[in-house]
Write a protein that binds this ligand. Structure first.
Ligand code: DI6
Ligand code: FE
Length: 402
């Protein structure tokens, strides 16, 4: 028997259902069956003869697709406030990393934490994002940097998706930084990362594979080996590309048909063209740009001109972006990167879903996941306009109110 129908009525919908425009529907309604949207449209067009099991009055509030945060490092131990202080006293992010701090200091705190402790701290952070309308989240490993600790972090991410009303996609990021036991032997470490992948994959822990290709990360040649290992397993790849310098990582990622290239402050015109050809999403991370006080802007206009889809994500992590708000990133994407409010919202819904290889969410349309957020706002442009505070009134994930 089909699941009962739920009617959510009396809303202003921003469906984002077409290729552009907000897709506004005044006096709109949503019919939900199970975990799917069954019908979306103006109340006056609601099909008759329906057996509606329950009705929910949204009081004229704005409804958008559930937000998708397509780039986070949510699972880790400790925090890095002292590193923030050191940077304010003159040290640079790269200096701290080269001196064994940075990602390595979070690695030590992550290895020292139990899986339950990692789950508890990540769940608290996830709940903060969910309270602001996030219904899907990508979570990377990359702070374990050993076979058991990377697997543990991925398993914690999977558990978040099981235990919370949140859809989680996991990404294996063993190639995030060189752990101390491999000091001076980055190629050996990359060989180890490639060896760990089949077991992670067989355990059902991995949806995609990522690497940090940069001066303090790994070279393009090392990144290529990780991508080859992913391809052998049929796993899609994505890349932390051109964040601190141009390594031509975007070209490499495009060669492997990457789902996304992320950061991109130092992306070259050739990199833009390669991404356009490969249909790779550009994930912009304005919070990391802000927190590291970067001054090189990603080439947003060139990406637009080339037709590369733009996404916006939090990059939540303890070193370069300890934010708890994807909505703040929408504001920063506009103020710092000059996205329009509509580009910003598309970037955290439909294009973010695409960056995860998901085509079943990110808009309000019959047949897609019943993921939506209800806002105490009159117009969707207000989502990127105001910063601070939380106008999210309620949210529904996979058809269930959270
Ligand atoms: N780039 C980033 O911004 C994060 N990872 C990466 O490759 C930062 C990670 C950290 O500093 O802990
Ligand atoms: Fe990141």
């Amino acid at each position: 028997m089909a699941a009962p129908l739920h009617l959510w009525r009396n809303a202003r919908l921003a469906t984002l259902a077409g290729p552009q425009g907000w897709g506004l529907v005044d006096d709109g309604a949503l019919l939900v069956r199970g975990d799917q949207l069954h019908w979306v449209g103006p109340m006056s067009d609601l099909p008759g003869d329906l057996n509606i099991a329950a009705e929910h009055d949204l009081g004229g509030a704005l409804v958008t697709p559930g937000l998708v945060d397509c780039h986070t490092h949510l699972v880790y131990g400790g925090q890095r406030a002292l590193e923030f202080e050191a940077r304010l006293n003159g040290a640079s992010y790269e200096d701290i990393a080269r001196a064994g701090g940075g990602i390595r200091s979070t690695m030590a705190a992550t290895r020292a934490a139990s899986s339950d402790a990692l789950f508890a701290s990540a769940a608290q952070r996830a709940r903060g994002f969910m309270a602001e309308g996030v219904t899907t989240m990508e979570i990377k490993s990359g702070y374990g940097l050993s076979e058991p600790d990377e697997a543990r972090c991925l398993a914690v991410a999977r558990r978040l998706g099981r235990d919370l009303p949140l859809s989680v996609r996991t990404t294996s990021l063993g190639a995030h930084a060189l752990p101390p036991e491999y000091e001076g032997r980055p190629d050996d470490y990359i060989a180890a990362v490639c060896r760990w992948l089949p077991a992670q994959h067989a355990a059902g822990l991995v949806d995609a594979v990522d690497a940090f290709c940069d001066r303090i990360g790994f070279t393009p040649a090392q990144t290529r080996r990780v991508f080859e290992a992913a391809r052998d397993l049929g796993l899609p790849v994505k890349l932390h590309a051109e964040q601190l310098s141009d390594q031509q990582g975007a070209q490499l990622a495009a060669e492997f048909g990457a789902l996304s290239c992320d950061h991109l402050e130092h992306l070259s015109p050739t990199g833009v063209q390669a991404m356009a050809r490969a249909d790779t999403v550009a994930v912009l991370l304005p919070g990391a740009y802000y927190f590291l006080r970067d001054s090189t802007l990603p080439p947003v206009q060139a990406l637009r001109d080339a037709g590369v889809p733009l996404a916006v994500a939090s990059d939540h992590n303890p070193g370069s972006c300890p934010t708890g708000s994807l909505r703040l990133m929408l504001n920063m994407a506009c103020t710092l990167f000059r996205l329009t409010p509509e580009e910003a919202l598309r970037g955290a819904t439909v294009n973010a879903a695409r960056a995860l290889g998901l085509h079943d969410r990110g808009a309000l349309r019959a047949g897609l996941c019943a993921d939506f957020a209800v806002w105490a706002l009159g117009h969707p442009s207000e989502l990127a306009y105001a910063f601070g505070g939380n106008p999210c009134l309620r949210s529904v994930a996979a058809g269930v109110e959270r």
